[in-house]
Design a protein around this ligand. Structure first.
Ligand code: NAP
Ligand code: ZN
Ligand code: ZN
Length: 355
């Protein structure tokens, strides 16, 4: 049975219809009928080969939610008919110290984790194809439970944008009394604002877009700083405990460092292609750190989904048919997204299967 999808065939052409076969459902696998898939800036980076590691044809998409339609003989956690989610990876070695500690995203096994697309299964031969498709087959260990309390289309982006911001906020213990800066109000940035505010932190949004001031406040930010004017940084010297930088494009990290308190931490989750540089004096003077963080492990992703269900947190989205994916990419490049595109996969199910 062919699975209908959209794929990037190379770094420059538009995404086009594609068809391929998913594996048959193994004893520990579930098959998910994909209902919605979020559109992450990483999809665009990889479709365009920004990170110089792209494998084509590529079916992007790692913010997947849908319904279980088949379960393998030994599946214990899921039943047919239940909602389920898949995030940024579909397998890992399961035995390295990171995997055993629930940090599968940092798997140090021979092949590392298997990303949901633009990578290989643990055999390092079989390419993985992501969520811009009608269904996916995944080992139940790498599949998440999704609550039916929240609108499903708003839940999809939690599988990447949600966990990528939740994990560092939790790791660095952001909560009541913490002063947090969020850099960039896009898919990740708006989730960082919502989550940090819900943890009780005082949140400042740094943005290049004057027009996002009102939205930032509505999403939960207490303060807004327009970054185009360097004067706006001056009153903020030695102000923040923690900054999360979600910007997708090359930019200067150094003005933010001076806004950190002693022992303050700036965590980069955005992945522009140019190196991060920092003036040593800005770090040395107050024992400041620059760190990185990548998505989250399976247990933490489940914790995040449960937290969001309990606190009624979803992503602010614009639903599109798959046929509008190329326009969505163009709008993402122009920074015209409020705040995540989500593909309604019904649009693909009704399309003819390409030969
Ligand atoms: P997005 O929705 O496009 O948001 C990026 C935001 O960055 C924009 O909304 C904009 O915010 C700001 N921005 C864009 N161009 C800029 C420029 N030239 N200078 C300064 N700011 C600019 O992207 P996203 O999906 O949130 O992803 C953000 C980045 O995180 C991407 O690089 C993506 O690959 C990466 N990512 C990393 C992980 C991880 O695990 N670490 C996971 C997912 C994604 P303002 O308008 O407010 O300035
Ligand atoms: Zn992503
Ligand atoms: Zn591992």
């Amino acid at each position: 049975m062919k699975t209908n999808a959209y794929a990037a065939y190379n770094a420059t052409d538009l995404l086009k219809p594609f068809a391929f076969e998913r594996r048959t459902v193994g004893a520990h696998d579930v098959k998910i009928d994909i209902l919605y898939c979020g559109v992450c800036h990483s999809d665009l980076h990889q479709a365009h080969n920004d990170w110089k590691n792209s494998i084509y044809p590529m079916v992007p998409g790692h913010e997947i939610v849908g319904r279980i339609v088949e379960v393998g003989a030994h599946v214990e956690k899921f039943k047919v008919g239940e909602l389920a989610g898949v995030g940024c990876f579909v397998d890992s070695c399961r035995t390295c110290p990171e995997c055993r500690a629930g940090l599968e995203q940092y798997c140090t096994g021979t092949h590392g984790m298997s990303p949901t697309y633009n990578g290989y299964e643990q055999d390092h031969k079989t390419p993985t194809y992501g969520g811009y498709s009608t269904n996916i087959v995944v080992d139940e260990k790498y599949t998440l439970h999704v609550s039916d309390k929240l609108p499903l289309e708003g839940v999809a982006p939690l599988l990447c944008a949600g966990i990528t911001t939740y994990s560092p906020l939790r790791h660095w213990k952001v909560g009541r009394g913490t002063k947090v800066g969020v850099v960039g109000l896009g898919g990740l940035g708006h989730m960082a604002v919502k989550l940090a505010a819900s943890f009780g932190a005082e949140v400042t949004l740094f943005s290049t877009s004057k027009s996002k001031r009102t939205d930032a406040k509505q999403l939960g930010a207490h303060h807004f700083v327009l970054t185009s004017d360097p004067e706006n940084f001056k009153p903020l010297a030695h102000n923040f405990d923690f900054i999360i930088d979600t910007v997708s494009a090359t930019h200067d990290y150094s003005p933010y460092l001076d806004t950190l308190k002693t022992d303050g931490v700036m965590v980069c989750v955005g992945l522009p292609t140019d190196p991060i540089s920092a003036p040593p004096f800005s770090l040395v003077g107050y024992r400041r750190s620059v760190a990185g963080s990548m998505i989250g492990g399976i247990a933490e992703t489940q914790e995040m989904l449960d937290y969001c269900a309990e606190h009624n947190i979803t992503s602010d989205i614009e639903v599109i048919p798959i046929q509008a994916i190329n326009q969505a990419y163009e709008r993402m490049v122009r920074n015209d997204v409020k705040y995540r595109f989500v593909i309604d996969m019904a649009s693909l199910k009704n399309a003819p299967v390409p030969a």
